[in-house]
Design a protein around this ligand. Structure first.
Ligand code: GUN
Ligand code: ZN
Length: 438
């Protein structure tokens, strides 16, 4: 028999793989490959996915890493997280508007200071890595300088991130607001400096929410979205019933909350709307038509008592869904824990979300929300090797639960409720190690 010519690759990762083949939320396709492997080139591109034995026949690797007791799965994608709120998790006793005023605006002012931004921004990405998250869509403070510092940290840490400075020109402390023209200049400076850098850093226009933005601010941001085609858009929508009343009062001519964004050209396939709990059927239909994406933030919704996200209504309209931690209203940096909360919320609604759907939300659903599905979201030839390695054998009670388990889906599901940071053994972005347990 003629010997097969082997391709040379930079490295092979060996271990059990959990993956999601290119699929949709409605029909997610979860797969386990025991003793699997990824062949990766020097740029971090995946050249092969399969069993270790089959890949060894095809590839000759310069380096091989065997994660013997562990599972390799795609790095998670957090589609809604606030950097300047990382030290405000767990502030007692308020719902959204009171919580913003009492705890969050003062903290965002403190975190606008360059010294604070410098002190915490590298910790921020490290915390994400320690929880298995490799890509995030991040709201920074309203300050351009501290947002620049956050970008620098993302660059240095190796993270894949889309970051935006928050835009506000009303109903917030004066020091946090910017005039429309200042905001335009600052946003454009950050876009030209960072959008597309290293192939893994991008900019997102970030009106905080329509109560904090005048019509002129929203109009200016809509014009920037039109001008800078690849730039993403992120904001909050329909999270809390008092917030919706406030929008009605502030925008008496708008037919509903969604219109306050729609009328200014802020809704398209590059927009991620966080929460969407109380959206009306007309709003949901228009979101579907405009191909707007949803970030569901379950731990935040439970913590602030905002409401129970009606996942089935969005799924019926085939609207792309993903998950966000929404730190600091959210109570965990971990998307593992967040997926557990997403499941619990649907139980409270007497609805189900399957385990494969949960896996999809934190991987391919997140990648699609950010327009990064050609690069990340699952293990597929041609995509980037963004990988988290979880060693479930480290925790006795989880190990016992896993060993009793019949299916890979059940094993993944049990991890959501047992998750602890020290289970994450290593994390890679573009095939490069960005985090490892000591
Ligand atoms: N709506 C406007 N700003 C915020 C925020 O910082 N967090 C949450 N959860 N909702 C918001
Ligand atoms: Zn938020």
């Amino acid at each position: 028999m003629k010997p097969v010519t082997k391709h040379v690759c930079d490295q092979i990762f060996r271990g059990t793989l959990w993956n999601c083949n290119n699929s949709s939320f409605i029909a997610p396709d979860f797969e386990e490959i025991t003793d699997g492997a990824l062949a990766i080139d020097s740029q971090g591109k995946i050249l092969g996915v399969g069993t270790y034995t089959s890949l060894k026949k095809l590839f000759k690797a310069k380096k091989e890493t065997h994660f013997k007791d562990s599972v390799l799965l795609p790095g998670f994608v957090d589609t809604h997280i606030h950097f300047p709120q990382m030290n405000q998790i767990g502030c007692h006793g308020e719902s959204l508007l009171g919580w913003l005023e009492k705890y969050i605006y003062p903290e965002e002012l403190r975190m606008s200071h360059p010294k604070q931004a410098e002190r915490f921004s590298s910790l921020f990405f490290r915390e994400l890595f320690q929880n298995g998250t490799t890509t995030s869509l991040v709201l920074s403070s309203s300050d351009a300088g501290s947002t620049d510092i956050l970008f620098k940290s993302a660059k240095a840490s190796g993270a894949r991130a889309i970051i935006g400075k928050v835009s506000m020109d009303r109903l917030a402390p004066k020091e946090l607001t910017r005039s429309v023209s200042q905001d335009k200049d600052h946003s454009e400076e950050l876009i030209s400096k960072w959008h597309g850098k290293e192939g893994r850093l991008f900019y997102a226009l970030t009106p905080r929410f329509s109560p904090a933005c005048s019509a002129s601010m929203l109009k200016m941001l809509g014009e920037l979205a039109q001008k800078h085609k690849g730039v993403r858009i992120q904001t909050h929508f329909s999270e809390n019933t008092d917030e919706i009343q406030l929008v009605r009062k502030l925008f008496p001519k708008s037919k509903d909350y969604l219109h306050t964004y729609e009328d200014f050209g802020l809704l398209n396939e590059r927009t991620v709307l966080a929460h969407c709990i109380h959206a009306t059927s007309s709003e949901i239909s228009r979101m579907a038509k405009l191909n707007v994406k949803v970030s569901h933030c379950p731990t935040s919704n439970l913590f602030l008592g905002s409401g129970l996200f009606p996942m089935d209504l969005f799924s019926k309209k085939e609207i792309n869904m993903s998950v966000g931690t929404d730190i600091g209203a959210g109570t965990s940096f971990s998307l593992w824990t967040t997926l557990g909360a997403a499941y619990t919320i649907q139980r409270l609604r007497h609805q189900d979300v399957s385990t494969a759907q949960l896996f999809y939300l934190a991987t391919l659903g997140g990648a699609k929300a950010l327009g990064l599905e050609n690069d990340i979201g699952n293990f597929e030839v041609g995509k980037k090797a963004d990988v988290q390695v979880i060693n479930w054998k480290k925790k006795a009670i989880l190990k016992a639960r896993m060993e009793n388990s019949q299916t890979a889906l059940d094993r993944f599901f049990s991890c959501l409720f047992h998750f602890e940071k020290d289970l994450i053994e290593a994390v890679f972005v573009n095939g490069k190690k960005v985090f490892a347990q000591l």
